[in-house]
Design a protein around this ligand. Structure first.
Ligand SMILES: C[S@@+](CC[C@H](N)C(=O)[O-])C[C@H]1O[C@@H](n2cnc3c(N)ncnc32)[C@H](O)[C@@H]1O
Length: 387
């Protein structure tokens, strides 16, 4: 067994690209060059404590096609227009990056962001994508915000409580399903490049669509490792036949869904499990305790009202479940966890709680702004029961 103290003392790097992106963001607001001291303090104000030598190495060694030395200890962006045109650099505006605890948040399209990242730089992915695709399109989020139906339906109120809107996946047609498959193939391909060998990739899904997610991602260079079942009472299914509920009052069209499948994938190992663990820190799951391995059936509950109040995102996952999951995905507790579809930031808050570095990407500006405040508050939520 590896010495636990030794694991704790391993240097925890910032997620890939964070230092470079902060330097770019600072220099892009400066009209000319800046000193290393000014650049370092600007990076620190954006992302927290970093060593001066890391900043220097990004300026001079790691990104020679991005920064240019203008004099002793002074740097500027190397003609941003030309590097942008060549597709080498996307200038990130300072308001599109935030840091909360050990988490870095980006307001970006995750596919663009992933394209920009070095190979083998992410150690685990825990994400809940827009698996109906259209529910988070601009048109549908506007309908959701104005309460005007679309793919979002309000489930019947229950025990006097108005239920939150849910996306209706049963309205997807064959064309939508084909698009879904293309989307998950593209996602799998992008993740297979940035993930380190042995990285766990956990993708939330639902019983109607998980086969498409799993099939498409398994053809993109990742291996299927099974499913995690989150046992939770949902408001899906269980309804009597529409417009004939009195005639068929002892029939429900679909079972009341009581579980949520999470597709479990892995980037293929580099050698044996033990070789992979030594080289990349990945290739397994962290055990719950010495005599209890992580299991694939996890008892959960709907997201508590307090958490939904902190982060009123329609798909917010509960902290108790997310902390359990996120803790397990880094077998040695070292590395960077990515959520490319961050939403209200439940993955990042969970990563903060278990002491991991994390990165979250969110396309929608309103949800990104929400996550900037909710990640910290969700991090502070006390969870009583553990699965
Ligand atoms: C199902 S929600 C995730 C909710 C999250 N698990 C939570 O607990 O809050 C999916 C999120 O992905 C975002 N999204 C959709 N397409 C995206 C893209 N291409 N890049 C980044 N985010 C995207 C949506 O705006 C939405 O907030």
């Amino acid at each position: 067994m590896r010495d636990k103290q030794q694991i704790r003392n391993v240097f925890m790097p910032l997620p890939p690209g964070v230092i470079r992106d902060s330097i770019v963001s600072f220099l892009s607001t400066e009209c000319s060059d800046a000193s290393i001291a000014d650049i370092t303090s600007a990076v620190r104000s954006r992302v927290g404590e970093v060593s001066g030598s890391s900043v220097r190495s990004y300026l001079s060694l790691n990104s020679p096609d991005v920064f240019e030395r203008t004099g002793r200890g002074r740097y500027r962006l190397l003609s941003p227009e030309s590097t942008q045109k060549q597709g080498k650099l996307k200038i990130l505006a300072p308001e599109t990056i935030a840091r909360v605890g050990n988490a870095t948040l980006y307001n970006a399209d995750c596919f663009d962001w992933l394209d920009d990242q070095p190979q083998n730089s992410i150690h685990a992915v825990v994400t809940d994508p827009p698996y109906g695709l259209i529910e988070y399109s601009k048109k549908e989020t506007e309908k959701l915000r104005s309460g005007k139906g679309g793919v979002w339906r309000i489930p019947p109120s229950f025990d006097g409580h108005q239920r939150a809107p849910l996306p209706r996946f049963t309205i997807l047609n064959d064309e939508d399903r084909r698009e879904l498959s293309v989307f998950f193939h593209r996602l799998g391909t992008a993740l297979a490049r940035v993930a380190v060998p042995g990285a766990n990739i956990l993708v939330a899904s639902n019983p109607l669509l998980s086969h498409i997610v799993a099939g498409a991602m398994a053809q993109s260079g990742l291996e299927i490792r099974g499913y995690i079942s989150r046992q939770v009472m949902t408001m899906r299914g269980g309804d009597r036949p529409k417009n004939a509920h009195e005639e068929f009052d002892d029939v429900s069209v679909m079972p009341r869904s009581q579980w949520e499948p999470w597709v479990m994938l892995r980037k293929p190992l580099d050698g044996r499990v033990q070789d992979n663990l030594r080289r990349w820190g990945t290739g397994g799951f962290k055990r719950i305790s010495e005599d209890r391995p992580f299991g694939d059936l996890i008892r959960s509950h709907p997201t508590p009202a307090l958490e939904k109040k902190i982060a009123p995102h329609p798909s917010l996952k509960p902290q108790a479940f997310m902390r359990h999951l996120v803790r397990a995905v880094l077998p040695l507790g070292e590395g960077v966890v990515l959520d490319p579809f961050m939403g209200g930031g439940s993955t990042l808050a969970a990563a903060n709680v278990v002491g991991y570095q994390s990165v979250g990407i969110e396309l929608d500006k309103n949800f990104f702004e929400m996550a900037k405040t909710s990640v910290e508050q969700l991090t502070n939520v006390v969870v009583r029961e553990s699965p």
